[in-house]
Design a protein. Sequence first.
Length: 237
Amino acid sequence: MTKADTSPPEWRRRAAVVESAPSAQFPRPPIGTQDATGGWIGPSGRVELGASALGGWSALEQGDDAVATRAAALCRRFAWEQPEDVPGLLLGWEDDRPSEPLARAHAPGQPYGDVGAGVAFLARCFEEGGDVEDLDAAVELHDLGVAMGEGVWQPANALVGWGGALLYEITGEDAFLATAERMADVLCETQLPGGSWGGGDEVVTELCAAALVAMADAVDARAEVERALAEAEKEEK
């Protein structure tokens, strides 16, 4: 595994540079109401993975388990029902199956962050409810997402790293740590002198700052688990 250029203390420092602190509530409440499919309408005018994952995640954080459960069921289907004959990932939902829009593989400016949102939401669902299907689907979406090429590693896709960090916290697997570290390195490298990202875009900046803090929290939490396991192993000997 390639060694990261940065580490959690630096991630926290970079986030603290941002003039407006990350929102205490992330993600924000979704626009509109939950569709009968369990999802939310995205920019395409269809139910989309990104909008649905963020809506479900918001519901989960607010304690609305019924809404979050319906959203998770839909996001799992995005993971398992992707057709094999498309050059990327279908992010929309129509006629009970994945549909356009398409996030093309190995192409610039694609909404890979929507896939990261699905990973992060399903990982949080597993943390809260313990349903292994949520974890399995999160891993599947993670693997599909990071295979999309170099275009993944952009500040606007910070949720890819966030999702990887949550999976690392849960599993301790190095592949997920590598995802978090690579995205964190990207965010540290691309932060502008004034502390912002995305040319000063407020939404992207808030996302990147929140992601850095969340990734640091997840990696540090896993380190605590590893230390506890090591201590327990010593005591057993």
